[in-house]
Design a protein around this ligand. Structure first.
Ligand code: BGC
Length: 443
């Protein structure tokens, strides 16, 4: 088969998912409580989500048909430990069955232990602003390694502590819905990394051959002008949001001034077997804030930038494949394998997704060729799923999914991804057909 760019023979091709967004019926975590309090901006309910608690196997069939050799799922801690110290055996059995089904279909599972959700009882005791959360999380992680280790050796302790801490404590978008609480932001980052360090040790004790990583989110921040204030603000976002995880693993602390707000976490240094990079966007930064930009923290997306669908109130971000290059180049300094554990775009009409897939993979292939140790790509996601405060407004699936009827219909991107996986590379035709982003939608 003639193709232009090939990937290594053992490259991992996956999709990424998370428990709360796919399973349905997760009632014992803080997101369910947030939804009951009216926190979901779109007004939608998660309800049965993609019905994975009943029938994940049907979507795992779709994954097998795409040719995937890897999949990322997560465990909902609230489902497994609904009250502190009480373990739900049937929930653990269901997770074992799901992982077994993935393995039987030829996929290597990567399991995330905290993908934005934890038990409501933990939230009521301060969530990750309480240092005691670290020990509780480590106990849960150890338990999961014991229960699920037969089917999984690749663990991600946390999904995006930088998103969790900033959306929950600075932007007010995620529970507990607080704004501009910089002290709490720093504390949460420190506690989550302390929890990671403890869990890293516990998982390795139960499963010495385990690989334990973390997923961090990377956003390209572009100063709107050359003014010192715009550039300073873009630099601040970049430092705090993109580089905190790197700083914690290399130096055991947060950067100035956050380092002064939170305790040091020297125990996390070098306790990392791989890094997951979740990369979607570029955001533009304008300072000083005027009234209109205050709500979005000075972040905006120019109308003519390539992008997918608009969120309920705010644009999702500029689709920007080059961000993968910046993220991987920066995190390669840790000297551990990298996986692109999330990449995609909200795009109900599948207008821009093919371009995002092809151009992101082109960047990854180039990084691999240059010796950067990127070992896999996980698209977000296989089917449309519950997008947190945006509810069902933003659609990320290779398959369109109707949350009411639960029917699935492939978008053109599903065939495109299947084709790329099948040839383990990109064809000349794909590279030329999807070389430029489609023109922005009018209106
Ligand atoms: C999160 C996912 C989310 C995706 C798309 C990621 O940052 O980990 O849970 O659905 O972005 O917004």
């Amino acid at each position: 088969m003639v193709h232009a760019l090939s990937f290594p023979f053992d490259f991992l091709w996956g999709v990424s998912t998370s428990a709360h967004q796919f399973e349905g019926g997760n009632l014992d975590n803080q997101w369910a409580a947030w939804e009951r309090r009216g926190g979901i901006r779109s007004g939608h309910t998660c309800a049965a989500a993609c019905n994975w608690w009943q029938e994940a196997e049907a979507d795992l069939d779709l994954c097998r048909d795409l040719g995937l050799n890897a999949i990322r799922i997560s465990v909902d801690w609230g489902r497994v430990e609904p009250a502190e110290g009480q373990w739900n055996r049937s929930a653990m059995a269901r997770y074992r069955a799901m992982l077994c089904a993935a393995v039987q279909r030829g996929m290597r599972p990567f399991v995330t232990l905290h993908h934005f959700t934890h038990p409501q009882w933990l939230e009521e005791s301060g969530g990750f602003t309480a240092m005691s959360a670290a020990g509780k999380f480590a106990l849960f992680a150890e338990r999961m390694a014991g229960e699920l280790g037969e089917f999984c050796r690749d663990w991600l302790t946390f999904n995006e502590p930088n998103v969790y801490a900033s959306f929950g404590y600075v932007f007010g978008e995620f529970p507990p819905g607080l704004r501009y609480r910089m002290y709490d932001y720093a504390l949460v980052m420190a506690t989550m990394h302390r929890a990671h360090a403890l869990a890293y040790e516990r998982i390795h004790r139960v499963q010495p051959e385990a690989a334990v990583g973390i997923a961090t989110n990377w956003v390209e921040f572009q100063a709107a002008s050359n003014s010192a204030s715009d550039r300073l603000m873009a630099y601040a976002y970049d430092t705090v949001f993109n580089r905190s995880t790197l700083q914690l693993f290399t130096c055991g602390n947060l950067q100035f001034p956050f380092g002064a707000l939170a305790p040091e976490v020297p125990e996390v240094m070098q306790k990392i077997d791989f890094i997951g990079l979740n990369v979607y966007n570029r955001l533009h930064v304008r300072a000083p804030w005027n009234e209109a930009s205050r709500r979005s923290g000075g972040l905006f997306v120019p109308d003519d930038a390539p992008q997918g669908d608009h969120g309920v109130e705010l644009p999702y971000g500029e689709a920007y494949p080059d961000a993968i290059v910046a993220a991987a180049t920066e995190y390669a300094s840790l000297g551990v394998p990298l996986y692109i554990t999330e990449n995609g775009v909200p795009d109900r009409a599948d207008r821009i997704r093919p371009w995002v897939i092809v151009q992101s993979l082109r960047r990854i292939q180039d990084l691999v060729t240059r010796g950067v140790d990127v070992r896999g790509y996980f698209h977000w996601s296989v089917v449309d799923n519950f997008e947190w405060s945006e509810g069902w407004t933003l659609r990320f699936g290779l398959y369109e999914m109707d949350p009411v009827t639960q029917t699935r219909r492939p978008r053109a991107s599903a065939a495109l991804y299947r084709d790329i996986i099948g040839r383990n590379g990109l064809s000349y035709e794909q590279l030329s057909r999807f070389s430029e982003p489609p023109a922005p939608c009018s209106g």
